[in-house]
Write a protein that binds this ligand. Sequence first.
Ligand code: HEC
Ligand code: CU
Length: 362
Amino acid sequence: MNTEFQIFPDAASTAAGKVDALYLFMVVLSAVLSVFVAGLVTYLAIRYRRANNVNREHVDHGNTIEYIAMAISFPILMGIFLWGAKVCFFLFRAPEQAMPITVVAKQWMWKFQHADGRREIDTLHIPTGQPVKLTMVSQDVIHSFFVPAFRTKQDVLPGRYTSVWFEATQPGEYRLYCAEYCGTNHSRMIGKVIVQSPEDFARWMAGDAASDEPPAETGRNLFEQYQCGTCHRPANEEGARGPTLEGLFQSRVPLAGGQTVVADETYMRESILRPAQKQVAGYQQIMPTYEGQVSEEGVMHLIAYIKTLGAPAATKPAAAPAPGSPAATEPAAPATEPTVDTPTAAPATEDNAANESEGNAP
Ligand code: HEC
Ligand SMILES: [Cu+2]
C-alpha cells in the first residue's frame, strides 16, 4: 500500500486493465471533443467578430451537417456501450471456481470469513491468481466495498446479499474503503486487502488462527440450537412438517402462488428470517420467523450448512412431501448439485445467537 499521493492507483487485479482501457478511451475521446469544440468557438468568435468584414449571410446546407454528425457519433457511442457492457459482464460474473468469502459490514467495520472458518476484521488476505467471490450483507445501514486497486466497488446492503469477485495479480497491500456514507465514523471504515503469493497465503491460512470453526459447522450447531430439524427432516423420512432442505440450494422451489423461485442465498435468507414472504407450495405456514433472533452471520452459517446437505436420496418415497423438495420433481437438480462447491460455498462469519447482542461493539 503506497501512502504517498498517486495520480494513478495501483492496478492489481485482472479487471484493472479492462476498466482502465475503457476509462482512458473515454477520457481521450472527451479531451479530443473538448479541444475540437473549444477550437471552433475560438475560430468562429474571431472570424465573425464585429470588426471583421465577412459574409454573414445564411447558407442553407439542408440537414447534411446533422447527418454527418450522427453518422460519426452513433458508431462511437454504440462502441462505448458494447465495450462497457463487455467489461460490465466481466465484472459481475464470478467464475465458477471462485473462492468463497463472506463479508458482514456494520458501523464501522468489515468482518470477513473464509470458507475454512478463518475470520478477519478490517483485513482480508487473498492469494494471487485465484478468483475470490465475496458474498456480502450489512448488519445496519448501506455500506460499499471499494478497493480502488482492483477497480471494484459494490454496495453492501442490509437485508439482501450482494456479491463481488476479483482476481488479484500483484502481491501487496491495498486499501479497502467504505464508499457509502454510513454515519459518524464512515471515514474510518477502512481496511486493507493483503494479497499474497499462493504459497504465502497457504502458510497464512495454516497459521494459528486457523482453529476457527468452518461456517457450515457453526451452521449445523445453530440448526440444532434452533431445532430447525424438528420440521426439516431428511428427504426419506415421512410426515415431516416442513420441506426437506436436502438439495435445496440452486434448485427450483414451487411456491404456493404458482410461481417458482431458484433457491439462491437471498431466497434462503428470506426463508429463514421471513418465512411468510414466500410460501413453499404444499406446506402450512407454521415456520416461526427468526428475524431478530439469528444474526446476519448466523444466517450465513445456516445457509452454509444447508448447502452441504446435498441432494436427497434418489429413492425418496413418493409419500414424502414432494412439493418442497424440488429435486424430486426436477431430475436435473441432483446432477447440477456437485458443481456447486458445496460445504464451503456459503460461508459467513461468526456467531451464534449469543453474540447477536454484540450490536455495534467491535
Ligand atoms: C415449526 C416448523 C419449522 C421450524 C422450527 C423451522 N421451519 Fe423452516 N420451514 C417450515 C415450513 C412448513 C416451510 C415451508 C413453508 C414456508 O415456506 O413457510 C419451511 C421453509 C423453510 C425454508 C425454505 C425451504 C424450501 O424448500 O424452499 C428454509 C430454507 C427453512 N425453512 C429453513 C429453516 C431453518 C434454518 C430453521 C431453523 C432456524 C427452520 N427452517 C425452522 C417449517 C419450519
Ligand atoms: Cu460504511
